[in-house]
Design a protein. Structure first.
Lengths: 467, 289, 292
């Protein structure tokens, strides 16, 4: 008899559960969330002890006060999964600081690395975004997002004294309205291992031909010349952008024309692409570069298996990353893309842009608090200062006040490169069109680089995707 | 008699060191090595330090065994939290599949109504639908109902896609159960529910075990839906932790190896302990399904 | 009894949960997919009805063609590589007794219980040209060259090997059960007639295993079609679209390229292909059985 009752109860609860599941899920969700806040908080990276206590307070308060606005949870969706180094650490420091200063606010972080982040972001954009999100001030990313109106408008005049580098906000605007704030100034660099160069008597190439002959020498020594993250097509696309800049100087006009007409027949594109193809064929990159991801490429370099690593300035914090053997991390230096033969671009015309940043969701239930937090992050002594102190590359704000004298050699080098630049390229080519174009070029560039597709086919295919 | 004789034949064969027999052993061992060596390699590398990995040897003999890798993986990978989620979600899915499939199987096989075969075929149709084709529309539906990032977003599809198989096994088994038992129960004045849960369910035990195992195996390792429908760590399951973790420790390979080993461990241990039952269950499910 | 067993309300209460789950998790999404398949829709804002435009594009889409071709390759790989080995191993295993049998069976099945996420990352490392297991093994045999296992030409085979390795235990187990179900009397009779192991295998084991082989082949074809997770994590379809599969492609189109409508069109075609192939294989085998 007992058995019968038990099974009956089980069956009915199951059915009831399913019904509630369909109709009234919000209730279930909120119940769950109150029960689980503590668990979630511990899992959102490394909170300080104080932060934990504050969230414990929230848990107790949550049940009673659903209407009162006292306890606020901000969901932050970040593209910085490594919370212990570089930019991720900086972000987490500011979050912890904010939660200390505002005990009623708890910030939940969801972090994924770039590719996974962008995919998930788009899924979010379709319905219901987290409150604060990482974004990129580039057409490929922002156009559709702004069309859909999922980002909250920010008041530009609020940021007059935040010291943003002039022009750095442009990518985040549409129709003169501001929707996000830039976090970095990104420069594409060849990081190199100075000690390895000196030990072998290698010198920094000043022309592209020198780079290729250096690659031969390095290959002959049994070392990989350049570690390349080719699995993510965007790095190859940045490389192409870098080459375009060297071939033709400023390419903004050419690229935007090509994208809007779906026509990449301008010989500049073929020339730059050809250089990329030849370089790959000549063994500039590691074996299997077209399938090796960010982490794999970086590890090749940070474990001394590769002499150089092509990546953006945001990785300058490698110099302080304890996971990297000291002998290597203290010897990391950088140079920019060398000039190509008969190219218009000079050594100081560099591939650089203001890409990544933050924005607030338009539909956020805690919009005011989220904007408050956003502004907190961008206060002059937060992102910019902490970033600089932790060896991250350049922020999009005036950092001159934070020179401590403790900068890594690498940071100073990057600062010099930026200060000495005669022009910057702006948004890299893959981010200049709609996301269908971006998806296409980032897939096709692998095929063209590894020689399975001809340069003409590559250019016509990416042209097609713009239409 | 025949079994006895059979055994004798085999025992005598085992002692036979003929070339043919040796070849058989070599085949078995080779395949076993291929199947298991990557896992040994995984454990070996998880105990080394990151900069020892660039060797040309097959296995590393670490200078110092790095248990710290596991400590990091365990704590920073929030192993227990994800494990709890995995167990909870899969446990619930298994219970739901068993209960719903018994009920539906009974209704379609025993109850007398016109649409019984139609409903059965309809429910079995789910077996042919590729699960990933529903990722996009389901995402919309769950967002609309605010069910993303709740346990339901995983539970419902997990149940839905294991149900056809469960139903199939249950109806198959129910065919072999004599109706007389139920008739007697009806004489005693039992209601339908009591017949289903008290008379029929115990008889279905072997197929219930199979359904449990199949459902569990299907869903325990599921990754795509977990990564699409969930966002906060609240309900994330074990497989997803790997993706998250490789981002977090992109510059430390050894810890990545450790988190992989750790994630694989629960299922492997449970499998080794319950080896006999599981293989039996899977075999039954697979041959019938 | 009859009255009790035809109570409509009771019947409804018994099938209702099952139907509810079916409608909610399978039928509704498919209907929604069909609807969005006819629209141009980024996933946000409004959807515009464009008729069969998506399907026309799909028909000429090289990447989609590639993904179907890959499924075919995969199915052939399963049937021609995995299954013969699995049958032989199962037959050999059947000859063993006691602990050794359990031990091997256990080992063969272990990869199956490990999450695809672990498997994919593990094999990513195994294929790594610089410190991966595979190149290190070749190194021992004197191959000095660093082989790029994910190059345009090799990638699909590399993916295939992972899938064969991962699914081997499952296939083997089913064959093993099939063999176990063969009446031992037949073997006795064969050994009395003086048949050797080879003859027994080809004359008795294989023919009697026919239904099991058919089930396994059907499952192999379907799993080749449905393949997604391993590829998503291992290569994400690259380099180029060389290792693209339908499920992965629709995911990419919808969530990366913002072509949600197009993604759904791929989904619809994908479902139709799966249905046709499953039904086709089943009727094919059913016919054969009748004739035999």
């Amino acid at each position: 008899m007992k058995k019968k009752v038990l099974s009956l109860i089980m069956a009915t609860t199951m059915v009831a559960g399913l019904v509630t599941g369909c109709g009234d899920s919000s209730k279930t969700a909120s119940n769950n969330s109150s029960a689980d806040t503590a668990a979630v908080d511990t899992s959102s990276a490394d909170n300080t002890a104080e932060a934990d206590t504050s969230s414990a307070d929230n848990t107790t308060g949550d049940n009673a006060a659903t209407e009162s606005t006292e306890d606020i949870t901000i969901k932050l969706f970040s593209n910085l999964p490594d919370r212990k180094n570089g930019q991720g650490l900086v972000e987490q420091m500011i979050i912890d600081e904010y939660m200390d200063a505002n005990p009623n606010v708890s910030i939940e972080v969801e972090a994924l690395d770039e590719e996974a982040y962008k995919t998930k972001f788009k899924a979010y954009a379709m319905d219901g975004m987290p409150d604060v999100v990482s974004i990129w001030g580039q057409p490929s990313f922002l156009d559709e997002v702004l069309d859909a109106g999922v980002l909250a408008e920010l008041n530009e005049s609020d940021y007059a004294d935040y010291g943003f580098v002039s022009g750095s906000l442009e990518g985040f605007k549409r129709d003169d309205k501001l929707y996000g704030l830039p976090r970095n100034t990104d420069i594409m660099l060849f990081y190199y291992n100075q000690k390895m160069f000196e030990d072998n008597g290698w010198t920094i190439p000043s022309t592209y031909d020198e780079l290729l002959s250096l690659a031969d020498t390095i290959n002959a020594a049994g070392i990989t010349p350049v570690a390349m993250d080719g699995a993510d097509g965007w790095v190859l696309a940045c490389y192409l952008e870098d080459l375009l800049t060297k071939v033709n100087g400023d390419c903004r006009g050419i690229i935007s024309d090509a994208v809007s007409n779906g026509d990449f027949s301008n010989p500049v594109f073929a020339e730059a692409t050809q250089i990329l193809v030849d370089s790959a064929a000549a063994g500039l990159f590691q074996t299997g570069y077209d399938s090796q991801d960010y982490g794999t490429a970086m590890n090749l370099f940070t474990n001394g298996q590769a002499a150089m690593f092509y990546m953006g300035s945001w990785e300058a914090s490698m110099a302080l990353n304890e996971d990297i053997p000291e002998e290597i991390r203290t010897n990391i230096r950088a140079f920019t893309m060398p000039v190509v033969k008969d190219g218009v671009g000079t050594a100081t015309d560099i591939a650089a842009w203001n890409g990544g940043g933050y924005a607030v969701s338009a539909t956020s239930e805690v919009k005011d608090e989220a904007i408050k937090f956003l502004n907190f992050m961008y206060q002059n002594d937060k992102l910019s200062k902490y970033g600089w102190e932790n060896g991250v590359g350049m922020s999009a704000q005036d950092q001159s006040a934070y020179m401590t004298g403790n900068e890594t050699e690498l940071q100073l080098q990057i600062l010099d490169i930026l200060n000495g630049a005669s022009s910057v390229s702006g948004t890299p080519i893959n981010d200049c069109g709609p996301s269908a174009f971006k998806t296409s070029i980032e897939t096709e560039i692998q095929s063209v680089a590894n020689g399975t597709e001809s340069v003409e086919d590559f250019l016509s295919t990416i042209g097609q995707s713009c239409k | 008699m025949s079994k006895q004789a059979d055994k004798n034949v085999k025992v005598s064969k085992k002692k036979d060191f003929s070339p043919a027999n040796i070849i058989l052993w070599i085949i078995l061992i080779c395949v076993a090595v291929v199947q298991i060596f990557p896992l040994i390699w995984l454990i070996d590398f998880s105990l080394a330090s990151s900069n020892e990995m660039f060797t040309t040897g097959l296995l590393i003999i670490p200078n110092k065994i790095q248990w710290g890798n596991y400590a990091k993986a365990f704590v920073d990978g929030h192993f227990l939290h994800y494990l709890r989620n995995s167990i909870l979600i899969n446990g619930l899915a298994v219970i739901l599949v068993v209960v719903i499939s018994i009920m539906a199987a009974f209704a379609c096989k025993r109850m007398q109504w016109k649409l019984n075969n139609f409903v059965k075929t309809l429910l079995l149709l789910g077996m042919m639908i590729p699960i990933h084709a529903t990722l996009l529309p389901n995402y919309k539906i769950y967002s609309y109902l605010h069910m993303t990032d709740t346990i339901w977003a995983l539970l419902i599809p997990y149940v839905a896609f294991s149900l056809p198989q469960g139903l199939f096994l249950m109806t198959g088994f129910l065919d072999g159960v004599p109706v007389e038992l139920e008739e007697a129960a009806v004489m005693d004045g039992c209601g339908i529910y009591r017949i289903v849960f008290q008379i029929v369910t115990p008889i279905l035990k072997p197929s219930i075990a199979t359904v449990c195992i199949m459902t569990f195996l299907n869903n325990w390792n599921e990754f795509m839906m977990a990564s699409t429908y969930l966002s906060s760590p609240k309900w994330k399951t074990l497989p997803f932790s790997i993706l998250e973790f490789t981002g977090q420790y992109s510059s430390n390979y050894a810890v990545q190896f450790a988190v992989m080993a750790l994630t694989a461990a629960p299922a492997v241990i449970v499998y080794i302990v319950l080896n006999k039952h599981i293989t039996k269950g899977v075999a039954m499910g697979a041959v019938k399904g | 009894m009859k009255k009790l067993y035809s109570n409509k309300l009771v019947i409804l209460s018994l099938v209702f949960p099952g139907l509810l789950v079916f409608v909610f998790a399978i039928l509704a999404p498919i209907i929604l997919s069909v609807y969005y398949g006819f629209t141009e829709y980024s996933g946000m804002g409004t959807a515009t009805f464009i008729g069969l435009e998506n399907y026309k594009t799909l028909f000429h889409d090289k990447a989609f063609g590639r993904s179907l071709l890959n499924s075919l390759l995969l199915a052939i790989g399963f049937i021609c590589i995995q299954h013969p080995i699995a049958i032989v191993v199962a037959a050999v295993l059947d000859k063993l007794q006691g602990k050794a049998e359990g031990f091997f069976r256990c080992i063969y099945f272990i990869p199956n219980v490990i999450s695809v996420a672990v498997i994919a990352y593990l094999w990513k490392f195994i294929y790594n040209p610089d410190f991966g297991l595979l190149n290190n093994i070749l190194h021992i045999f004197g191959v000095q060259e660093k082989i790029n296992w994910f190059s345009a030409d090799l990638a699909i085979w590399s993916v295939l090997i992972v899938l064969i390795w991962h699914g081997f235990g499952w296939g083997m187990l089913i064959y093993y059960t099939g063999i176990k179900n063969i009446d031992p009397v037949l073997y006795e009779a064969a050994s009395i007639d003086g048949a050797d192991a080879k003859t027994t295998f080809f004359r008795i084991t294989l023919p009697l295993m026919k239904p099991v082989i058919q089930v396994n082949v059907t499952m192999a074809v379907i799993s080749a079609l449905k393949q997604m997770e391993t590829v998503y994590l291992l290569t994400n379809g690259g380099p180029g679209n060389r290792t693209q599969f339908a499920a992965n492609y629709l995911y990419q189109q919808a969530f990366k390229a913002f072509k949600y409508g197009y993604g759904n069109a791929i989904g619809v075609v994908f479902i139709i292909i799966c249905l046709i192939i499953t039904v086709g294989l089943n009727t094919l085998f059913a016919d054969r059985e009748k004739k035999a």
